[in-house]
Structures are given as C-alpha cells and as structure tokens.
Design a binder for this molecule. Structure first.
Ligand SMILES: [Mg+2]
Length: 349
C-alpha cells in the first residue's frame, strides 16, 4: 500500500539585524516554525510566523498543525479542499494554515518540477519591496536609513505613531526623496489621526497604513477624504470577508499570509479587492525567506510589496530570493524556489 503523506515541523530561531520595533513593541529574537510535508520521495516546506496580534503563538500553531495533519488525506495535490477543511476547523490559526498551504504548494510544484508561480499561471516574480525602518532612537534610525540607502532601496516604510515622528521623518526626507510608506499600527484616536495625517502631508507619503484601532472602521473614510495620501488597512483586514466590508472605507488593503492563511486565501482577497477597486499590498512579519517566497510567488498581482521580513535578519536560514536594490525576484527553480542555506542545514538535521 502507498505510504500516506507525512507532516512534521520544527522551530527555527531568527535574529534581526537590529532590534525591530513598531508602535506596538519590539523583538530582538524570534522563533518561527518550519513545516515539512513528505510524500512519494518529494519534500515540500512552508513557514509559520505566528503573531500574538491575531491570537497566534508557537504553541497554538503547533497544536493546529497536529490537527491539520489528519486532514491531508492521501493526495496532497488537492490543495483547495485540504485548505478549505483546515479553514473550517482551525479558522483562528491562520498562520499555521499558511505554513501548510505553502508546504502543499512547494510539494506539488517540486513534484511537477516547476516553480509555484508557474503552476499558478503567473509571471516570474520580480517586484519592488519597501524596506522597513522600525521605531528606534534617532542615531540608530539614521544609521538604519543610511544602511538602507547604501543597499540601494528606493522605497522605505517607516513606523510612525511615536512622539518623535517629525524628527524622524525630517531626517529621512533630508536624505531620501523616494517612495515613503507610513505605518501607524493602530496608534491614533480618530481626532489625533486627523491632525497627524494633515501634518504628515509635508513628507509626501505614498500611503498611510492603519492609522486607527483595527475595530474602528467608521472613521477611516474621513481620513481618506483629507486627501493627504491613500489610506490602507492592515490589522483591520485579515480575511476575504473583511475586504468586502472595508471596500468603501479605504483605498487599499495589506494582505499577509499570517493573517489570511496562505496563497489560496490571499488570491481570493486580491481578486476581491481588485474587483472592488481597492489597491492591494502584500506584507509580512519578520521571518526567513521560506515565508517570503510564497508571497513573492503571487506578488506580480499586487500594487505594492512590503516583503522585507527576511532582509531584516542578520542571518537568513533559507536561500533563493535574489535582490537588486529594492527589487526582489525568484528564478526558475521548482517549488517555492528557496532551500535551506548551508549553515541552517547543519542546525536543522
Ligand atoms: Mg502594517
């Protein structure tokens, strides 16, 4: 009798180059989960980057993976129905579903010997990503900006919502004239947001993300009407149904696999958003290239990419994504196009 697909997972430790902070707090070291699906001699990998912002932990993700292993059945090519069963049973653990979804796509594409982007019928991914400057002391922020500019980045994403926003943004604008994305991570009340956004106009932002608390959808439209910059939501928009409900309140949505559950759900959100006239963005959390590759595989479909999660690391355990300045791309390797780097291979076997 043929063997059933085997699902396993292990944690990996990631070290950001700098302490990474937003208006919600910071991290100096982070663990994610590498998911491994083995069947018929082929191994597919995916990464789970759980976020406590969405009620996900390493433990809750591992518990969900344990339950999802039962739902794979004998045929891992049935990605759509496997993911539908996972969403039906583990709706609140979408980071884990995203890891399995990635491993299934990687497995299927490797089994066929083609890249994931090709089995999806898409162009070879080669897109500009923003590079994120986290909240930090002025000297450290200046150093991060100089490093980013020296590395050729032409789009920066800056976390705002701190007392010294003006100091930071003036310093950045004195050095950098390119695309500037601002993310407040739910920092402001509606009144504050109106004042702050009007004030931010002088820095010519490309967009402003998540100015209000995630549950406050009511005041978003007023901020959009200020006409300073397109208003995007991130924390407010987690799943396909949220795109529908936010359609008349914002200009765009930031879609992340940790929130929505992988390639399948992200594609549904992108098509819904486009149909409703919304701009789309793919974002990420601090993670290795294994979590970036599935998002990059569908990145030719969106307006903006903020896929720098692995670029913020001191030492990425996965190889395969090429970077030239701000442009990140995948080649023609089978599957997701990334593999464990030499050093990581030793520590994971
Ligand atoms: Mg954000």
């Amino acid at each position: 009798m043929a063997q059933k697909p085997r699902l396993s997972w292990n944690r990996q430790t990631l070290r950001p180059r700098h302490r990474f902070a937003t208006s919600q707090g910071g991290v100096t070291e982070k663990q994610t989960i590498v998911v491994r699906l083995e069947h018929e001699g082929v191994v597919g990998l995916g990464e789970v980057a759980p976020s406590k912002l969405y009620g996900q932990t390493l433990e809750s993700s591992e518990a969900a993976l344990g339950g999802m292993a039962e739902l794979i059945g004998n045929d891992p090519f049935r990605i759509e129905s496997i993911i539908a069963s996972c969403l039906g049973n583990f709706d609140d653990q979408r980071a884990a579903i995203g890891g399995l979804d990635s491993a299934l796509h990687d497995w299927a594409a490797r089994r066929w010997g083609v890249p994931v982007w090709r089995i999806l019928g898409l162009d070879r991914p080669s897109v500009r990503t923003t590079f994120t400057i986290g909240v930090a002391e002025p000297d450290e922020t200046r150093q991060k900006v100089d490093e980013a500019l020296a590395a050729g980045f032409t789009a920066l994403k800056v976390k705002v919502g701190a007392e010294r926003d003006h100091e930071t943004l003036s310093m950045i604008r004195s050095r950098f004239g390119g695309a500037l994305f601002l993310d407040a991570n739910e920092a402001w009340t509606p009144g504050e947001a109106r004042r702050r956004i009007a004030d931010l106009a002088r820095y010519r932002p490309t967009m402003i993300e998540q100015p209000l608390a995630r549950a406050d959808w009511e005041h978003l439209r007023g901020l959009r009407d200020l006409g300073v910059a397109p208003i995007f939501v991130d924390e407010s928009c987690q799943r396909p149904a949220d795109v529908l409900r936010l359609a008349n309140a914002v200009d765009g949505v930031n879609i992340k696999f940790t929130k929505c559950g992988g390639i399948r759900e992200a594609l549904r959100m992108i098509w819904l958003a486009r149909g409703l006239g919304l701009k789309t963005m793919l974002g990420c959390f601090v993670s290795s290239s294994l979590a970036i590759a599935p998002a990059l595989s569908i990145a030719s479909l969106v307006d903006y990419c903020d896929l720098d999660g692995a670029l913020l690391l001191a030492d990425d355990p996965f190889d395969g994504i090429a970077r030239d300045g701000s442009v990140i791309s995948l080649g023609g390797l089978p599957g997701l196009g990334v593999s464990p780097a030499g050093a990581a291979l030793k520590s994971h076997t």
